[in-house]
Design a protein around this ligand. Structure first.
Ligand SMILES: C[S@@+](CC[C@H](N)C(=O)[O-])C[C@H]1O[C@@H](n2cnc3c(N)ncnc32)[C@H](O)[C@@H]1O
Length: 372
């Protein structure tokens, strides 16, 4: 009953007599107008997710337990005897996540790997490949989280492990993505010797010479290339774009594949003789290697594997709409929910351990109290 009440509050777009309900155990501050205070559920994530309506969630980010490494409160996933059983159990949860996620939604999945009898199990990729092959997920990024420091490791016959995978999955190719929210290091144009040059020093002279001297462009293609180059240079001059690159047939290598079958740009190069790469004035997108130190381990007694808040920022900013609902089905101490709250998104956290849910509530409540 409490659960029903909680997600009614979380999903309702407008308040009606039916969905404005009295204070519940799972939502501590429901009296706040349009509250983004997270809704927490204690219990098995698979069972709880099964009660959620289909296509009701905009964003999911989670980090399930490692296989066979940790013993959390109340057991749960990760204690299976064989990795295949662990993978099977997680796949049941990912299937349910797929059902509750909207078609525009994103799922960011952080999975750690495990050694058993000296054998690295390859668990993240084994799960990811099954998700793609058996469940139809689309993988958009395999982010390498460089933690810079790993667990104590006394083995002298292998390298130290310091990375984890974070997969970005979507259900359809038409998913929500706010690239502007995560662009970094905006660049600006400068004036050098009286001429406007792009942030990396491009002023177009070299491209003009390459077009003029090209033996691979027809006369008409050269005229078009010169005209379009002038237009791009105007944009640089006006500050509309900070930088650009021009790819000219037989001069520069295509930035993607040379095959027209796989690259639209290769096709453009073949048909038009050139194309441009225009840089955003808001900066570049982050790369798929993230340098983020693990959460300080002072809280070890309370919870084993808190992930850092910084890990959730790019995913939430880019793929959870501001009025969307975020979900973490293995929320532990509630990091995803805390960051979602910080970034003014509604969220739901599920964990099998009441103790961890209480820690999660305390973390978010502390923030809430600080705001008063
Ligand atoms: C790696 S921790 C998540 C840590 C979290 N990202 C954080 O920052 O605190 C995994 C969590 O999954 C929970 N868990 C394990 N099996 C579960 C299940 N079947 N249903 C719900 N939660 C489960 C554990 O209690 C644990 O808190």
């Amino acid at each position: 009953m409490v659960r029903t009440v909680a997600y009614k509050e979380c999903f309702a777009k407008e308040k009606t007599d039916e969905n404005v309900l009295p204070r519940t155990e799972t939502c501590d501050f429901p009296e706040i107008e349009n509250s983004t205070y997270p809704v927490f559920h204690i219990g098995d994530s698979l069972a709880i997710l099964k009660e959620f309506p289909s296509k009701s969630i905009d964003f999911c980010m989670t980090s399930p337990p490692y296989w066979g490494q940790r013993s959390y409160e109340n057991g749960g996933i990760g204690l299976e005897n064989k990795p295949e059983q662990f993978i099977g159990n997680l796949l049941e949860v990912t299937k349910e996540i797929q059902r509750v996620l909207k078609d525009s939604g994103s799922f960011w999945f952080n999975i750690g790997d495990t050694y058993k009898n000296k054998v690295l199990q390859g668990i993240p990729w084994r799960i990811a490949i099954k998700m793609m092959d058996e469940q139809g997920w689309i993988l958009r990024n395999d982010v390498v989280w460089n933690k810079h420091k790993g667990a104590m490791d006394s083995a002298a016959d292998k390298l130290r492990n310091i990375h984890e995978m974070i997969f970005h999955f979507v259900k359809t190719t038409d998913y929500y993505y706010n690239d502007e929210a995560i662009r970094q290091n905006p660049q600006t144009t400068t004036v050098r010797n009286g001429a406007v040059v792009s942030s990396s020093g491009v002023c177009g002279i070299r491209y003009k010479r390459q077009i003029e001297l090209s033996t691979a462009l027809s006369k008409e293609e050269k005229e078009n290339a010169m005209r379009d180059l002038q237009q791009v240079l105007k944009k640089v001059e006006k500050g509309d774009i900070p930088d650009f690159r021009m790819i000219i047939r037989n001069q520069q290598r295509a930035t993607h594949s040379d095959s027209e079958k796989v690259s639209g740009r290769a096709k453009e190069l073949k048909e038009k003789g050139y194309y441009f790469l225009l840089y955003s004035k808001n900066g570049a997108l982050p790369t798929d290697v993230w340098e983020i130190l693990p959460e300080d381990t002072q809280n070890r007694e309370k919870h084993y594997a808190v992930y850092p808040e910084d890990l959730c920022k790019i995913p939430i900013l880019a793929t959870c709409p501001p009025d969307g609902v975020a979900l973490d089905p293995f929320c532990g101490s509630g990091t995803t929910n805390k960051v979602a709250y910080d970034l003014h998104r509604k969220s739901i956290g599920i964990d099998i351990s009441e103790k961890y849910i209480n820690i999660a509530k305390q973390r978010v409540s502390q923030m809430y109290l600080n705001l008063l």
